[in-house]
Design a protein around this ligand. Structure first.
Ligand SMILES: [Zn+2]
Length: 174
């Protein structure tokens, strides 16, 4: 593994959008971690934890079944701060190249009649789901993406130097 960035995102400047968080080289193949930021940190309310869980299920299912992209997807999961998701894809595409995929994924949530896999057999906390609020956040983010499709700021990560802890370790949030 190399190409580990020495910067981290400035959470006071980031706006909702689709960003490259890091690119790793694994045995000669690039993989890219994207920051799919759904709310503005520390300004807007974060996503309700149960709705976040439902969006994890619905959008992971969408991405991993998409005929064009399913073989590229390594990981989809929520950030602990509940303001966005991490998406890991094979390759090193610019964020703009995955705009359409993410727009379609979030826009599709409105059609969900249930949360896939929200049973005790398939989920570790099957009572912690909230489909109506998941739909509300997904619709808000999809509309935002559409409105900002030509706004380069939704694709540019505002960077700051990586924090070093009091005992001298580099801080990471993922
Ligand atoms: Zn679950």
């Amino acid at each position: 593994m190399d190409l580990i960035p020495s910067f981290s995102v400035d959470h006071t400047k980031i706006i909702p959008g689709i960003f490259t968080s890091r690119v790793d080289d694994v045995n000669g193949s690039k993989i890219t971690t994207y920051d799919i930021r759904v709310t503005k940190p520390n300004v807007e309310p974060a996503v309700d934890v149960a709705a976040m869980h439902s969006l994890e299920h619905i959008i992971a299912t969408y991405l991993r079944n998409d005929p064009e992209w399913k073989d590229e997807v390594i990981y989809w999961g929520p950030m602990g701060c509940l303001t966005g998701f991490y998406l890991i894809l094979k390759g090193s595409r610019a964020p703009k190249e995955i705009f359409d995929l993410l727009y379609r994924a979030f826009d599709s949530v409105k059609n969900s009649e249930e949360v896939p896999g929200s049973t005790a057999e398939n989920c570790g906390n099957c009572l912690m789901h909230n489909l109506p609020i998941a739909k509300w956040h997904a619709a808000k983010f999809a509309a935002y993406l559409k409105e900002n499709e030509n706004n380069d700021l939704i694709f540019e990560y505002p960077k700051t130097e990586r924090l070093v802890t009091d005992d001298g370790r580099q801080f990471f949030d993922s």
